[in-house]
Design a protein around this ligand. Structure first.
Ligand code: SF4
Length: 244
């Protein structure tokens, strides 16, 4: 499992990989986004190397900001089956990790409409599976959460639109992924056990892997079946400071 020690060791040995990651990101043209973070409703899934970049960013934050974002990530993990909130890194109209933001954030708005629909369809199927898993636990997720999908965005304009297409964007993603594979087995564990979800990872660091899942079940059940937020409130109030 991904423990603090594993993450610390990976970060200590990741300087050149993270430099390479930033150079790979630079191949994605800067975009002019008219909607200004309007689309930052979900925390994007990420590869392990991208997660390391964001955790390294955490290490350089003020204690207050670090604690605030940590709490928001844990809240996001527990509440995402119950309601659509926003990406935990969004504050006002600013992304708090903008220079280190994930591939998914950078590529959003640059895919063709057709390719984006394929991605959206995969996402829809994954949501339906998730809904069924919760149903087996006798919990019915709110339909608006299951149905939610980020709409295709026509408001982002790449600075150099003619040089970027689906094939080039996919190549960039493959390069990021290969870079992340160098951190195997942790890369693989991050994908298979944590689904590339930083909010899940932080919650397991706070409570333990199995305990975080059990607590999530308790929180979601209390909120959906009994409209009771007490379990969630207590859990957040007792959260200790974030340490890596
Ligand atoms: S990481 Fe930043 S850019 Fe990406 S979705 Fe979150 S707030 Fe938006």
């Amino acid at each position: 499992m991904l423990t603090r020690t594993v993450i610390r060791d990976c970060i200590a040995n990741s300087d050149s990989s993270l430099d390479t990651l930033m150079k790979v990101y630079d191949r994605i043209p800067a975009g002019d986004c008219q909607r200004k973070t309007h689309c930052c409703t979900l925390l994007p899934e990420a590869s392990f190397v991208e997660i390391l970049a964001v955790i390294r960013c955490f290490q350089n934050m003020t204690a207050r900001l670090k604690k605030r974002l940590y709490i928001k990530l844990v809240e996001y993990f527990f509440l995402n089956p119950v309601k659509i909130t926003s990406c935990p890194f969004l504050e006002g109209r600013d992304c708090q990790i903008y220079p280190d933001r994930f591939f998914g954030c950078r590529a959003y708005g640059l895919w063709s409409y057709e390719y984006y629909q394929k991605l959206a369809e995969c996402n829809r199927e994954a949501k339906i599976q998730l809904q069924q898993q919760w149903k087996r636990l006798e919990i019915t997720l709110p339909q608006q959460v299951v149905d939610y999908n980020l709409p295709y965005c026509r408001e982002v304009e790449a600075e150099v639109p003619s040089t970027m297409d689906d094939r080039r964007l996919s190549d960039i993603w493959n390069t990021v992924y290969k870079l992340s594979e160098k951190f195997s087995p942790w890369h693989r564990i991050c994908q298979q056990n944590y689904f590339g979800d930083l909010s899940f990872l932080f919650s397991t660091l706070a409570f333990g892997f199995n305990e975080a899942l059990q607590l999530k079940y308790n929180v979601v059940k209390d909120m959906i079946a009994f409209n009771n937020r007490n379990t969630f409130k207590q859990l957040i109030e007792n959260l200790s400071d974030f340490e890596i």
